[in-house]
Ligand binder design. Structure first.
Ligand code: GLN
Length: 255
């Protein structure tokens, strides 16, 4: 009898684990109801995530929606500061953070990452006719960047005079108002932000780093990551990801 109780308890526990599935966010009473996949982002990073009126749009958002659909989950997006999105994913407050996040060794110590989905680099934005023409020109100048990013890390590591802002658009405003001499930010975002300045700024053609974006989650969340990776693989294979990147005029280089 005792044994029977044990086996039943084990089976029940197993069923609960299976029912929870990939959408670790919230359990619902109704098994038929869709579970929620919670995601943090920072919608100040055009064309990956940005606001169109009240709505958060962008390549990362479309990708996250496609992943949620594959997993049969409702996607719940929270728009917060970039460093808060990273912390939120690493502590498990959110199932994942999708925010053009570079997967690097330092971050891998405190969070888990999916497979890469985009190749990026840091790029320099300057005003038109600036004397800064490349990396060498940054010496002794004041360079703006976004707080908590790999761009900021690049500048700190290189001992550049650095001014960090909460968002990339704020860093660009500091450039166009003459408060700083250049901005270092991810290349596709640099192009998108510079385009908005209608010729007043240019992006220099010198990649400063080599980076890859991935989806971040809590360390050791391997079961979840496997599901995310399977979904990503399927979206790469069936051309969905390519279509999403093309929509936002982003190069697609994932197999
Ligand atoms: N790719 C950069 C990083 O991960 C910037 C990301 C961002 O600002 N959203 O630090």
């Amino acid at each position: 009898m005792k044994k029977f109780v044990k086996v039943t308890a084990l089976l029940m526990a197993l069923c609960m684990v299976l029912a929870l599935g990939a959408c670790a966010g919230k359990k619902t009473e109704e098994p038929a109801e869709k579970k929620t996949l919670t995601m943090a982002t920072n919608a100040e990073f055009k064309p990956f995530e940005y606001l169109e009126g009240e709505e958060i749009v962008g390549a990362d958002i479309d990708m996250a929606k496609a992943i949620a659909e594959k997993l049969g989950c409702e996607l719940e997006i929270t728009n917060i500061d970039f460093d808060a999105a990273l912390t939120g994913a690493s502590t498990g407050k959110y199932d994942m953070a999708v925010a053009g996040i570079t997967a690097n060794d330092e971050r891998r110590l405190s969070m888990g990452f999916s497979e890469d989905y985009y190749t990026a680099s840091q790029a320099i934005i300057v005003v038109k006719d600036s004397e800064i023409q490349g990396k060498d020109g940054l010496e002794g100048k004041t360079i703006a960047c976004q707080e908590g990013t790999t761009g900021e890390q690049f500048l700190i590591d290189g001992n550049y005079k650095t001014q960090s802002f909460k968002t990339a658009p704020e860093a660009v405003s500091a450039l166009t108002t003459g408060k700083v001499d250049a901005v270092v930010v991810d290349d596709a975002v640099a192009r998108a932000l510079s385009k908005e300045q209608e010729g007043a700024t240019v992006v220099l053609d010198e990649p400063l780093t080599q980076e890859a974006y991935a989806i971040a989650t809590k360390l050791g969340n391997d079961e979840f990551l496997t599901k995310i990776n399977d979904a990503l693989k399927a979206l790469k294979a069936d051309g969905t990801l390519k279509k999403i990147f093309e929509k936002y005029e982003l190069p697609f280089d994932a197999e």
